[in-house]
Design a protein around this ligand. Sequence first.
Ligand SMILES: [Zn+2]
Length: 265
Amino acid sequence: MVRRELDPVMAGARIDRVEVRRPDLRAPFPRRFRARLEGRTVRRLDRRAKYLLAELSSGETLVMHLGMSGSFRVAAAGDAGTPRDRHDHVVFHLSSGASVVFNDPRRFGIMELLPPGRLANHATLRRLGPEPLSHEFDGYALAQACARRKTSLKVALLDQRVVSGLGNIYVSEALHVAGLSPRRRASTIATPSGTPRPAALRLAAAIKQVLEEAIARAAGEAYRSSRFRVYDREGARCRRRGCPGIIERRTQAGRSTFSCRACQK
Ligand SMILES: [Zn+2]
């Protein structure tokens, strides 16, 4: 959702000046970072999982990752009312007069500059599975990716090679919508050759549904449905109509999983 906020501000704008207020984030900034950005126009802004990709008029791509605590905020043209925070590490001043501020208290964020043609070989991006809301992602793609996985469904859905950028909350939510146990073996939603069983179709649809609901919520269109189904609801009643179950929390691969034992099989 970050891309949706930044796109109107950054796409098509020239980066006039860059303030870099420390030598590094998680890693040092790229060499000649400011010089390679200043005077360039942002041709387009894309998102891949949790990476934002700004394609520059120089042919290079600015790759940004928010890490655990990073965020962007936009200061409109003429907006003097943006107090500096000590965690404001990078400020992009744009030709429109607006500026984009990157704030990251824990400094786990990443900014990289990739020369032309390098994007396809980027170590992390290359291995990413399809975006969950894209047309490439459906029950067939999900079944293919899960066919021979011996891990649980929960762990498989957190794997960026299966589907990118889903995140712990929405994995729990989607599994509940689909009525599938997080502990179920991933391969059980497909035949050995990777053809989807009904569970795979249900799960792919559930993933899209929970993400679309989250987007609608963020846009303020669905205030009443803002509560999670299972996430962070340990000990509470299951919200599925007619289900007598209680939400339980377990730890899988070091992450909390919330589910209803009664209706998720
Ligand atoms: Zn239930």
